[in-house]
Ligand binder design. Structure first.
Ligand code: HEM
Length: 409
């Protein structure tokens, strides 16, 4: 027999990765039943990867970077041209010369400034900032009596907040939101979005070089591990892009269960703890990144009973790992067990879990508090998600509530 095990399994037809975000329960079960904790999936026609669904196997590939690299230049399908340069997989999977793309000491050098900037965040101030921004957003929709809480709320909170953290003023943060929206629209105005996004960040660098403040950009600019403005800029781009869709997903999924699940709807009025319960349930069951790119095998290695070949891509099945009954009992997250893989693990694990929680908790609580009688106006089971193999964002959360003006502080 010739070819790698991945190629042989793929030849007989395998599930596309999108199936795991469209129908996680069904797809993960089929894959696990068919292949065990490490299963072949199709990324795009003719391009395949392993989906690592086992909790232990996921910990192995995220921790053992001498065997499983983050550097996409190690991907055989990239090296041999099977994946063309204009592949839609590019934005998520191709090599980027930033903290995400490197291993070892180069990764640590690029990660230390991020950790220092994130570690310096004042959480009380962050909470007040998010409360102010959320109140402003809700003040716009409150008199209308109806809204889409994804479009009008969850989609705006992350970038307005991150804008504030990196030192943009309110108007510039609104520009960041609009430029990023255009950039990710993949439509005719995507180039314009890119140009506006870059202009904004270049302007920010110049302003903070001339007059440093206590914002994250100023921390990055004076950090000894970043060697040029280009590296500072790359780090800002990572901060903005890593925090946006993940937080939109976490906030909107939490709002969805708070609005639709009777266990949360009644307990929400009680205060913060219930919001954290909702956030934890989302992290465990529908984590913002359902699947995450990727690790690339640096040697032939056995994993979860499969023969992974050097150069194979391995997708992190962060949602699937929550269902691994070898590691968890059903309902484990309700008992204070925070062993979810939503933040990944190892050297690349999310460095922003604390501020992400402060932002998401404050946003969900503010909506629950300010739109007290909000009720969803469609069948919750019919909402569906934006198409993506990676993340899960509800297509919309249409709600109705008693119209009332809200004072902006
Ligand atoms: C719902 C919230 C969030 C979730 C679930 C999340 C999840 C993740 C995951 C799974 C990874 C790691 C991937 C891997 O192992 O390759 C990651 C990396 C990262 N996240 Fe987050 N994230 C969230 C919010 C944020 C926010 C708000 C920021 C920044 C403002 C952020 C910044 C980063 C950065 C910089 C990395 C790359 C770290 C590295 O490669 O060393 N994340 N995140």
């Amino acid at each position: 027999m010739t070819g790698t095990e991945l190629e042989r399994l793929a030849a007989s037809g395998v599930l596309p990765l999108d199936a795991t975000t469209a129908d996680p329960d069904g797809a993960f079960e089929r894959l696990w039943r068919g292949y065990g904790p490490v299963a072949p999936v199709e990324l795009q026609p003719g391009v395949h990867a392993w989906l690592v669904m086992g909790y232990d196997e996921l910990r192995t590939i995220t921790r053992e970077e001498h065997l499983f690299s983050r550097d996409a230049r190690q991907w055989r399908s990239f090296q041999d041209g099977t994946v063309p340069p204009d592949s839609p997989l590019g934005p998520m999977m191709f090599f980027r010369d930033n903290v995400i793309g490197h291993d070892g000491e180069e990764h640590r050098r690029l990660r230390r400034p991020l950790q220092d900037a994130i570690g310096g965040i004042d959480h009380r101030r962050l909470r007040r900032t998010v409360e102010r921004l959320c109140t402003g957003l809700i003040a716009e929709i409150a008199p209308r009596g109806e809204a889409d809480l994804v479009r009008d709320y969850a989609a705006a909170v992350p970038l307005l907040t991150i804008g504030d953290l990196i030192g943009l003023d309110a108007a510039q943060s609104a520009e960041l939101l609009e430029a990023t929206h255009l950039l990710f629209s993949s439509g005719e105005r995507a180039q314009e979005g890119n140009a506006r996004f870059e202009a904004l960040l270049f302007g920010l660098l110049a302003a903070k070089t001339a007059a440093p403040g206590d914002d994250m950009t100023s921390v990055l600019l004076r950090h000894p591990d970043l060697r040029s403005d280009a590296e500072v800029l790359q780090t800002l781009v990572v901060l903005v892009s890593a925090g946006n869709h993940t937080l939109i997903s976490w906030i909107s999924q939490s709002l969805r269960i708070v609005l639709t699940d009777p266990r949360f709807a009644s307990r929400m009025r009680g205060g913060r703890l219930s919001v954290d319960d909702a956030l934890d349930e989302v992290l465990a069951r529908q984590p913002p990144m359902i699947n995450m790119p990727a690790r690339y095998a640096l040697a032939d290695v056995e994993l979860g009973g499969r023969r992974v070949a050097r150069g194979d891509a391995l997708i992190l099945g962060l949602a699937a790992a929550s269902r691994d009954t070898r590691a968890h009992t059903p309902g484990w997250w309700t008992h204070g067990n925070h062993a979810s893989m939503a933040w990944s693990a190892g050297p690349h694990a999310c460095p922003a879990r604390d501020p992400a929680r402060t932002i998401a908790r404050t946003a969900v609580a503010a909506a629950g508090h300010l739109l007290r009688d909000a009720r969803i106006t469609v069948d919750p089971d019919a909402i569906g998600s934006e198409p993506s193999p990676w993340t899960r964002i509800p297509r919309g959360l249409p709600v109705a509530f008693t119209p009332a003006p809200i004072a902006v502080p």
